[in-house]
Design a protein. Structure first.
Ligand SMILES: Cc1ncc(COP(=O)(O)O)c(C=O)c1O
Length: 400
């Protein structure tokens, strides 16, 4: 019998919804998709916006970034100070870390900057996020290169088999590999350190797509050993949207360009990324407030709670639905994806219909998709969720 999470990891639950603006009449099981910032962080962001609006040109043109008019500031530009704080939360140095709007932007920066040549190959897996696969295909095509998509073995075969499949697919023309840290729809925590080390041993540059990792995993970015690491802060690190980041190893910053070229061109990595035209920087500047919120609730406690809901929840849902459980605990971070009963269909249209039904009839917000001949559902909980939310999902699916 799979029971509710152990009491030692249950300090959280529905009462925490009061820290969010989320509609309490909805069962939110989709935190990771676009994130949901706590009210306190939104208030910090609004305070920053209010401050900007008192003197917009001074704030944006003199205080924000290294691309500034007037006499040099005495302290670091505001974006650099915020970058330093978030970078140190992620084990990194501020000078190797820049904010970008989202993971898509960061991945595009790396993909378009990488000096691919005709006939070169970019390696990516079939678990990669669709938008990133598109970006890889686009930038490869522009250079006469191509993308090789490796089909990963089913999770039932284990993480080692997945790592081995990536390495086996790398060939003599593979120059760059895109490796997910946590895959999007399938929510698998991949053995990224091992994959990166084995690829780099073979002289292949690696960019890690860590869109779902910051906040969700205990992350020390430089120790992963990648050339570049891209992450989102607005998913699991509680920042307002849109806040992502790009970390570049010190030897991998030259020649790295933001997809939007602006005044910082030729003035160094951080200068180039910190100013890409006039925009609202408040999500980045509110990131330290989000990290403070995370530290206050305790990142380890938050992860333990969400992991428990994901892992115990996966076993519970599979048992309830008679679905095969293909996951092992090390594959699970704070989300888990499990197969739905076969009778519910197998196509993207079936997935879309079921997602709409759950939202409209049961007021359950959740990600589900079609993959390898069946439908899958991803539970993506946060500290405002509790076991009853998963039971509600289980029953709603059984009623279908
Ligand atoms: C693995 C992965 N990469 C990239 C992205 C894109 O993130 P964004 O839309 O914030 O750019 C996502 C979004 O869920 C993702 O899961």
């Amino acid at each position: 019998m799979i029971s509710q999470p152990h009491p030692a990891v249950v300090p959280f639950g529905r009462t925490w919804l009061s820290h969010w603006k989320l509609d309490p009449s909805v069962t939110h099981l989709n935190h990771g998709t676009v994130g949901a910032p706590p009210i306190r962080v939104l208030e910090a962001q609004q305070a920053i916006r209010d401050e900007i609006e008192r003197q917009p040109p001074a704030y944006l043109l003199r205080e924000l970034s290294e691309i500034a008019v007037g006499r040099p500031r005495s302290g670091p530009p505001r974006l650099r100070a915020a970058a330093q704080e978030v970078a140190s939360f992620l084990g990194a140095r501020g000078e190797d870390f820049v904010f970008v709007d989202n993971a898509t932007t960061g991945m595009n920066a790396v993909l378009r900057s990488f000096p691919l040549e005709e006939g070169d190959e970019v390696l990516i897996t079939d678990l990669a996020y669709g938008a990133i696969a598109n970006a890889a295909a686009f930038h490869a095509r522009e250079r006469g290169a191509h993308v090789k998509t490796v089909e990963l073995p089913p999770s039932a075969r284990g993480l080692q088999a997945m790592a081995d499949a990536v390495i086996a697919a790398a060939g003599s023309r593979t120059r760059l590999a895109v490796v997910d840290h946590v895959s999007s729809e399938s929510a698998i925590v991949l053995p990224v350190r091992e994959i990166v080390a084995r690829l780099r041993e073979r002289g292949i540059a690696v960019v890690v797509d860590g869109a779902h990792a910051p906040g969700a995993l205990d992350l020390d970015v430089p120790s992963i050993g990648a050339d570049w690491y891209v992450g989102n802060l607005h998913k699991w690190a509680f920042t307002p949207r849109s806040a992502g980041f790009l970390w570049a190893a010190p030897g991998r910053q030259e020649g790295l360009h933001h997809p939007v070229v602006s005044w910082g061109l030729g003035r160094g990595f951080t200068a180039e990324f910190d100013w890409v035209g006039t925009r609202d920087p408040s999500a980045y500047l509110a990131a330290p407030a989000a990290i403070a919120f995370l530290r206050e609730i305790g990142p380890d406690r938050m992860r333990a709670y969400n992991h428990e809901l994901a892992w115990s929840g996966a076993r519970f849902l599979c048992k309830r639905w008679g679905s095969p459980l293909e996951l092992t605990e090390p594959m699970v971070g704070v989300m888990a994806t499990v197969p739905l009963p076969a009778r519910l269909g197998s196509t993207p249209e079936d997935a879309a219909r079921l997602r709409d039904d759950l939202l409209e009839n049961d007021r359950i917000e959740i990600q589900l998709h079609a993959w390898r001949g069946r439908l899958w559902v991803r539970s993506s909980t946060q500290i405002y969720n509790e076991w009853g939310d998963l039971e509600r999902l289980a029953e709603a699916i059984l009623r279908q």
